[in-house]
Design a protein around this ligand. Structure first.
Ligand code: KG4
Ligand code: ZN
Length: 351
């Protein structure tokens, strides 16, 4: 089926600047992620994951996360610089770091490390918003044609954002309760699967039928907002009423309900906005079904879509280095007393 999308004229292409080289540091949640981006290309990327540490709790324990970041940071930095095979004093133009949103203790470790690198190597420092980082994750491999609609879905966020022009992020809708990734993590726990739940549910769903249970596709007051608490409760109730249900079937039925709910809002937003492209970003964008649906949408609407490699969907240092490169090229700098902002808001919300 082909539908007409109001095709916006391309006003700009968001891409990673070619003449700037940056060290990126990301510690907003449970990955100690660092990367070196040289002249717009990812030269090296190291991610020390804490998944095992948090697995027994079924979610991220903030105190454990910050401690693990500080234990991992020095080695991760040494390794990423070694693998990049560069001299930071000569080859880098700046240090970028996630300053928010995220877990306070975790953010502090990254920001402190970035300040140390900035001072030690004599490089400018730039604080980056984590969600802007995810937008750049979608633009790392192929430039993002603007105006673009971007679906940002992670463990802490579910947002539909319009990138009207570089640096301008307009909020269209978001979750009124759980984030999409959080719902995956909680339902995985109910199903006795591991943490993080997204990849576990995706793997379990492969052997199941998505038509087994018709879980709700969540309707909320605003057409562009999301809600995932209803589907979560529906899974719980179903498991109570059908204790012998096959995990694979429930996983597949839940996964398709979440992806449907996301895509329904995406289509509504595309009806309202004039766009040159559509992109997905954040950890949940690593989900195969969401990726397939995005490609199909692009085909059906003859719309350009950016589906970044999985390694640039989940948290990584390259997306922060890329966003930092963009800001450094514009002349933006952070002072050495850069603070953290655990509840930073990137997007302009309607009045
Ligand atoms: O962006 P991200 O790495 O960290 C945050 O900023 O939160 O996203 C992590 C979230 C987790 O909730 C995880 O379960 C989810 O992304 N996730 C997935 C998949 N891979 C990661 N959800 C669904 N399917 C996946 N394949
Ligand atoms: Zn993230």
């Amino acid at each position: 089926m082909t539908r007409a999308v109001d095709r916006g004229e391309i006003v700009a292409v968001l891409s990673v600047p070619r003449k700037i080289s940056v060290l990126g540091i990301e510690t907003s949640c449970d990955d100690t992620a660092v990367a070196v981006v040289i002249d717009g290309e990812v030269r090296s990327s190291v991610i020390v994951t804490q998944q095992q540490l948090h697995a027994e709790f079924g979610g991220v324990v903030p105190e454990l996360a910050s401690r693990a970041h500080s234990q991992a940071m020095t080695r991760a930095l040494r390794r990423v610089l070694y693998e990049a095979n560069i001299d930071p004093l000569r080859d880098l133009d700046g240090v970028a770091v996630t300053s928010g949103p995220g877990l306070a203790g975790s953010l502090m470790v990254g920001v402190a490390a970035a300040k140390a690198c900035s001072l030690g190597y004599g490089l400018p420092l730039i604080g980056v918003d984590h969600m802007e980082g995810h937008v750049f994750g979608s633009a790392l491999e192929e430039g993002l044609e603007l105006p673009a609609l971007v679906l940002l879905v992670s463990g802490g966020h579910s947002e539909l954002v319009m990138v009207d022009e570089p640096g301008h992020y307009r909020f269209l809708g978001g979750t009124v309760d759980d984030a999409a990734g959080e719902a995956f993590d909680k339902v995985a726990r109910m199903l006795g699967l591991g943490f993080p739940g997204g990849p576990e549910i995706e793997a379990a769903a492969q052997g199941g039928s998505p038509d087994t249970v018709a879980f709700p596709r969540a309707s909320v007051a605003s057409d562009l907002d999301f809600s995932f608490s209803g589907v979560k409760t529906a899974v719980l109730r179903y498991l109570q009423s059908a204790p012998d249900a096959k995990v694979a079937d429930v996983a597949a039925s839940f996964q398709v309900a979440v992806v449907d709910a996301l895509m329904i809002r995406v289509k509504r937003a595309l009806d309202l906005e004039s766009v040159a492209s559509f992109a997905i970003g954040g950890g949940v964008a690593a989900n195969s079904l969401l990726r397939e649906r995005t490609v199909e949408l692009g085909r059906d609407l003859n719309l350009r879509v950016n589906v970044p490699s999985r390694r640039y969907c989940t948290d990584n240092g390259a997306m922060i280095a890329a966003a930092g490169a963009y800001h450094l090229e514009r002349g933006d700098r952070s002072a050495l007393d850069l603070g953290i902002d655990p509840s930073a808001e990137l997007m302009v919300k309607p009045a």
